[in-house]
Design a protein around this ligand. Structure first.
Ligand code: ADP
Ligand code: 6PG
Length: 190
């Protein structure tokens, strides 16, 4: 779907557990929108990457500096009036709040007016586990399949956050098209 949306200064975060398709979908979305793209994995410290490679889940002490760095990067684009798409697991509201704080006008809990928006990719655990298994053969990714359950255990979305969930078992282009439609809806609200 070609897009000429007026998405100035919006940050679209594609969230979900490891293997749900964030990086793949987000990159396609950025191309469709002709906007900036941030891969959250690129912002992890070496220590975080090593920890995950050893199949040890990150804790809040590991996550907070990572999320704050991402928030800083989002803010830079936002202050320039630029739109970006971003991958981030963002499994809990406390982590999403750090990303939302990139919007200088954000008041905690004012989800509707915040210019950092989330779309969550969801799929059955077996589908995701299979994807992680296949991906692990590429020798590049540090996230082992054994960490999936800890991510599924943490994932929580509150009703009032009004985060759109997308079926991640669909074809990639259908997922991207659905997200483009959602963004169009968001623009109409602005
Ligand atoms: N909708 C989809 N259909 C089929 N395969 C997919 C889909 N989305 C992602 N994949 C594949 O699943 C694997 C994990 O996707 P990835 O984008 O790396 O997930 P994440 O960034 O959430 O960890 C990749 O090998 C990717 O090609
Ligand atoms: O794309 C993925 O495979 C995952 O999203 C992963 O690479 C991510 O960076 C970690 O999941 C961050 O840690 P938490 O999700 O545990 O916060």
């Amino acid at each position: 779907m070609a897009s000429n949306l007026q998405t100035q200064g919006l940050a679209i975060v594609i969230m979900g557990v490891s293997g749900s398709g964030k990086s793949t979908v987000c990159e396609m979305l950025a191309k469709s929108l002709g906007c900036n793209f941030i891969e959250a994995d690129d912002y992890h410290s070496q220590a975080n990457k090593e920890k995950m490679s050893r199949a040890i889940p990150l804790n809040d002490e590991d996550r907070v500096p990572w999320l704050e760095a991402l928030s800083g990067a989002i803010r830079k684009y936002m202050m320039n009036g630029e739109t970006l798409t971003l991958t981030c697991s963002a499994l809990q509201n406390k982590y999403r709040e750090i990303l939302r704080s990139a919007d200088p006008n954000y008041k905690p809990g004012n989800y509707t007016t915040c210019r950092v928006k989330f779309v969550c990719l969801v799929a059955p655990a077996e589908v995701i586990a299979e994807r992680i298994k296949i991906r692990s053969n590429d020798g590049k990714h540090f996230m082992p399949a054994t960490l999936l359950q800890s991510q599924l255990d943490l994932l929580q979305i509150n009703e009032d956050e009004q985060i759109n969930k997308i079926d991640a078992t669909l074809k990639l282009q259908s997922i991207v098209d659905s997200i483009l439609l959602l963004i169009k809806g968001l623009e109409l609200q602005q």
